[in-house]
Design a protein. Structure first.
Length: 65
């Protein structure tokens, strides 16, 4: 009777450990998603700034002709 109960307890413990690890992975995936969103927004802002600067530079280049 000891071995079946030990097997059930170890099985439950293994499932509990997998559940805890799954929650940790989910939280880290959400954190990564938020970081990717913030980084994408920063890249878009930098691209817009670069485009505005390029337009000003092009206008100055046309004025030199």
């Amino acid at each position: 009777m000891f071995w079946p109960m030990l097997a059930i307890a170890l099985g439950f413990l293994g499932i509990a450990v997998l559940g805890v690890l799954a929650v940790k992975v989910f939280i880290e995936a959400q954190r990564l998603g938020h970081q990717v969103t913030r980084t994408t927004q920063r890249i878009n802002r930098a691209a817009e700034d670069l485009e505005r600067a390029a337009e000003k530079l092009a206008a100055q280049g046309e004025a030199l002709r």
